[in-house]
Design a protein around this ligand. Sequence first.
Ligand code: ZN
Length: 309
Amino acid sequence: MNRMNRQTIKIIISLIAIMAISTGFKALQINLDQKVQLEDYGSVIEAQNEQLKALESAQEKIAEKDAQIEALEASVDELRQDILDLTAQYEVLKHQNEALTDKVVYLTFDDGPSNEVTEQILEILKQYGVKATFFVQGRNVEKYPEMLKKIHEAGHVIGNHSYSHNYTYIYASEDQFWKDFNRCQEAVFKVTGENPTIFRFPGGSASAGNTNGEGFILSLGKSLIEQGYQYFDWNIDTGDAAGGYATSGVIKANAIAQIAKKKNAIVLMHDTDAKKSTVEALPEIIEHYLSMGYRFDVLTTNGYTSQFR
Ligand SMILES: [Zn+2]
């Protein structure tokens, strides 16, 4: 080989070497770039992992709080139930207490209606917001139907007190008793459209006017109850029907003295036109009972009753 050829070969080899090195450099350069990129991804993934961990722990905390909320909700439900139970217990105790301490006066007015006194009594009862029971005579209902209407419309209770109030007639036989009783029922029904369900024997169930023996009125009473009626005597007699004229002072004194410690008191009064002193005494009697903690109520078939025997 000549010198020239060798030179050429050297140059070619050199060129080849330069090309190879340059290619190698380029490859190395690409690898380095990739490495940098991979490192970047690595730190991104790491950051994301940390975020994930943070999220996971946040979720755990949320789950913990949820459990706490559930527990609290359960205890709130329990407390609500406790409140309901206690309220129910309270109501029961309150009613028991009321039943134990409840003192009731039943004012009753017999033998009316009458023209003036009944009206005055209605006025006083209205003033005090008191409801009472009127045991009326059928014959007086026929005389003063408008007054019976007023009693009825004011919300008082109307009871049957016989039609005639004639002891010798009504206590002579059961047949006459019932005829008289029904006549009063009809007289009241004609005015009020309602049949009385309560009754008071003229003179009371121990009436001296009864000449038919002790069992007679008792058997009438039994009969009344069997038919769905109830009959009432009294445990306070104001004495306003006593022979002679009772002053308002005497009536009041009787009403106050006889109440004593009674839990239930049925007070006997009268509203015939002769009973002016009953009207005079009534406001103070009501005020006295109110001051003693009594409330006023009307007589009913299923409520309190007082019977002599
Ligand atoms: Zn009477």
